[in-house]
Design a protein around this ligand. Structure first.
Ligand code: 5AD
Ligand code: SF4
Length: 483
């Protein structure tokens, strides 16, 4: 029997009709990686499809950060198994690949537990995807999880203008990968490997392609993005602040963001960049995880709650209208009621504009998993609920503080109705606005009328520059210093 998936399966016109369905879980870096894998597969003749039933190749790009993330993959694979059997009855062979951090962490185990899977490929080896699929087509089960010595970004095909255009006016750009911080709860140092910074010239090349294709806002990605280091054209060492300064010079880029940062790597130059660069948006995701010094120590965060608050003070001095976002874990081993109250207190001090909070989930292979005094699930749930109620209150207060103010919005896409468009505030909130206010890609000033559950509403059209009041200016409430 001839293998219809292995070689190209041409239709009558001779055009390759293979289709790939990619499902992405987890963080923005996975979104970026999925796009780059999609680009590599396109070069190999695969068209993207949103309909899993039409796919010749199903690619799950997975996340391992919390337990449920991995379990979700196994139940998805259960459904795919049925689909694959149905397609086989129709004489079509569907291939199944698992990429991402679950692939890296579990390797062969995935194929053992879910034999429907043909290929397991870790994040450091995506550039080997076409070659690995060719081996699958020859009938092999393939596991590619070595840390590659070669640079995956150099080997992945360069992103092209037409590909970018289909993705809109905002884009992700990976500048750093991996993490050496070894927080005791976290699998990232094991799944993504140690910290590697992409060289400046490679980043600038990709950035110029993005700008030339009409991208207005770029979010720099890295597990520990503010640990980025490199050299400028003169060979001087620079950090993320220097990189942002270089990117801000590229015509067309109106907005720059970066995520995710570690408090210990917020250096003076990066803080100064928040003061100096209007394109650097006044929004910072700076996880603290806990407000208790005892727990922070056990987490190996290597800073205290007070260190963090002092840092926020310095950042707010540089950029008074900055909105903050954070990540929190409740129920880390040994967390007492008093430790949790410290977290609640820190949250009340900071008043985050948005936040993500999670119940601690023991990840095999991390030091946290073998610590004593694991916290009861019921206690975790109760703490999470209290924390999320408080965080939500602050998020709503922040959104409401913008009502009646004029803010700059990047118009990103059509709205639900023809007379509407959807854009983003400087603080990353979706804004529903009147289509007459501006075209996709424009930055327009609009007056916020009201808040919706997860977005802002501004239907009054663009506010002329001369009339704009309170542009982006959210009054800064100084953070009370803990000595
Ligand atoms: N359990 C719960 N939350 C976790 N995170 C990372 N590892 C774990 C874990 N084992 C959270 C942290 C991190 C975010 C991306 O996910 O808050 O900042
Ligand atoms: Fe994980 Fe972030 Fe800590 Fe690195 S800094 S170990 S990615 S939580």
């Amino acid at each position: 029997m001839t293998d219809t998936t292995a070689a190209t399966r041409p239709d009558e016109t001779g055009i390759n009709t293979r289709k790939v369905f990619i499902k992405t879980y987890g963080c923005q870096m996975n979104v970026y990686d999925s796009q780059r894998m999609g680009d590599a597969l396109a070069r190999d003749g695969y068209q993207p499809t949103e309909v899993i039933e039409d796919a010749d190749l199903v690619l799950l790009n997975t996340c391992h950060i919390r337990e449920r993330a991995a379990e979700k993959i196994y139940s998805e694979l259960g459904r795919i198994k049925l689909l694959k059997a149905e397609k086989a009855e129709q004489g079509v062979e569907m291939r199944v690949a698992v990429a991402g951090c679950v692939a890296q962490a579990e390797g062969q185990e995935i194929i053992d537990r879910a034999p429907v899977v043909d290929l397991v490929i870790g994040p450091q080896t995506y550039h080997r995807l076409p070659e690995a699929l060719a081996r699958v087509a020859r009938g092999d089960k393939v596991v590619e999880t070595d840390y590659a010595v070669e640079d995956k970004f150099r080997h992945l095909p360069k992103v092209t203008a037409p590909q970018i255009r289909t993705r809109g006016v905002t884009a992700f750009l990976t500048v750093q990968e991996g993490c050496d911080k070894f927080c005791t709860f976290c699998v990232v140092p094991y799944t993504r490997g140690s910290e590697v910074s992409r060289p400046l010239t490679q980043i600038m090349g990709e950035a110029r392609t993005l700008a030339a294709a009409g991208v207005r806002e770029v979010t720099l990605l890295g597990q520990n993005v503010n640990g980025w280091s490199g050299q400028d054209e003169a060979g001087r060492d620079i950090g993320l602040g220097g990189l942002l300064r270089a990117l801000a010079e590229i015509p067309g880029f109106a907005r720059l963001r970066y995520t995710t940062s570690h408090p210990r790597d917020m250096d003076d130059d990066l803080i100064a960049a928040h003061r100096d660069l209007p394109a650097l948006m006044p929004y910072l995701h700076l996880p603290v995880q806990s407000g208790s010094d005892r727990i922070l120590k056990a987490m190996n965060r290597r800073h205290t709650g007070a260190d963090y608050l002092r840092l926020l003070d310095r950042i707010r001095q540089a950029r008074p209208d900055i909105a903050l976002s954070g990540d929190f874990i409740v129920g880390f081993p040994g967390e007492t009621d008093a430790d949790f109250e410290d977290t609640m207190e820190l949250v009340s001090e900071v008043r985050y504009a948005s936040a993500f909070s999670f119940k601690y989930s023991a990840r095999p292979g991390t030091p946290g998993a073998t610590m004593d005094d694991h916290v009861d699930e019921a206690v975790k749930s109760e703490r999470l609920q209290r924390l999320q109620t408080l965080l939500r209150e602050h998020q709503v207060d922040f959104a409401e503080s913008l009502v009646g103010r004029d803010i700059d919005v990047l118009v990103e896409k059509p709205g639900r109705y023809p007379h509407q468009r959807v854009g983003r505030s400087p603080f990353l909130q979706p804004v529903v606005l009147d289509a007459a206010a501006g075209e996709i890609g424009d930055i327009v000033t609009v007056r916020i009328e009201s808040t919706l559950p997860n977005s802002l509403l501004a239907t009054g059209g663009a506010v002329p520059a001369a009339e704009a009041r309170h542009r982006n200016a959210v009054p800064a409430e100084p953070i009370r210093k803990i000595a």
